[in-house]
Design a protein around this ligand. Structure first.
Ligand code: ATP
Length: 282
């Protein structure tokens, strides 16, 4: 099997009104990564992600999934979408069945799996998302956060290799945000590759192991969070803020409270642990 789940070469895409939304995007997506896709509004993030599940087809360039060129006939797309799930920003655009159990059963049932296997998959997906107790609820009675979890359970029941998230924590309170990010970590530890489009640089810095940055339809840089967020020229050119922890860390370094030799922390408690009782030598 290819080391890369996706390989993309020189993708161009134009919307029907002529908007050039992808302009020569090339990249590989390695297996089992946690990727944050950043970029200002209109940079092309959703357009890029929709190419991964074949909802959009490039005008030029090619996409390989597990080493093979993407095919756009119905059967190939069904196979692709059973392996690559897409969690939309608004769960209401994804959930349509009457009850939670029916909703999560829909995908595996459509794969033609035996009833008992479907039931096992649904139960596992609901357990994994901590939503088993909601199984008999009508989906329209759920809260936004619960709907989000069910839309992830929907995808998990398909046993995907990769999950794509468009702004997974948008409109969630801090408790649900933590819950979703912990869930994404768990899924990644089980071998599922994850890519999320986000505007939240703090979450991207803390959560991702790889960051993709887009600007005006181009993928302008791929790197570790430390590489991306220490590139001030890139941040300015792409209208991205520096993560708060990193800004405070740099200011404390400049003020002489933290040695310039120390690596930047990811979390607040790591930052606090770096602080000496008195200013460190510069
Ligand atoms: N259906 C469409 N028809 C015409 N132009 C579109 C359409 N959808 C998106 N675009 C344009 O394509 C470009 C890329 O849009 P896209 O939604 O991919 O950006 P994005 O980075 O996901 O933005 P956001 O962060 O605001 O969601 C933008 O200029 C946008 O106006």
């Amino acid at each position: 099997m290819s080391d890369h789940i996706f390989q993309m070469q020189d993708l161009y895409f134009y919307y029907p009104d002529g908007t050039p939304a992808l302009q020569g995007v090339s990249c590989n997506i390695a297996r089992n990564k946690k990727i944050a896709l950043l970029g200002a509004n209109g940079a092309g993030k959703s357009t890029f992600l929709l190419h991964l599940i074949g909802i959009l087809q490039p005008a030029r360039g090619n996409i390989r999934f597990n080493g093979l060129p993407l095919q756009y006939d119905r059967d190939s797309l069904i196979r692709l979408r059973s392996k690559v799930g897409y969690v939309f920003q608004d769960p209401d655009s994804q959930l349509f069945s009457a009850s939670v159990w029916q909703e999560v059963s829909f995908g595996p049932m459509n794969l033609g799996l035996p009833k008992q296997i479907v039931a096992n998959r649904v139960a596992d997906a609901l357990q994994a998302t901590g939503t088993f107790h909601l199984k008999d609820k009508p989906t329209h009675f759920l809260s936004f956060g619960q709907k989000k979890l069910i839309s992830i359970a929907d995808i998990l029941a398909m046993q995907p290799e990769m999950i794509i998230f468009d702004e997974p924590t948008a409109f969630l309170d801090p408790r649900y945000t933590r819950r979703i990010l912990d869930l994404l970590d768990n899924l990644n530890q089980q071998g599922i590759s994850i890519i999320m489009a986000t505007h939240d640089v703090d979450k991207a810095y803390q959560w991702a192991d790889t960051v993709f940055v887009m600007k005006e339809g181009r993928l302008v840089k791929i790197g570790s969070p430390a590489e991306i967020f220490s590139d001030d020229d890139l941040l300015q050119a792409t209208s991205l803020e520096k993560p708060l922890i990193l800004s405070i860390f740099r200011q404390l370094q400049q003020a002489g409270y933290i040695s310039h030799r120390l690596a930047p922390p990811k979390q607040l408690d790591e930052l606090i642990a770096l602080l000496p009782g008195r200013p460190a030598a510069r």
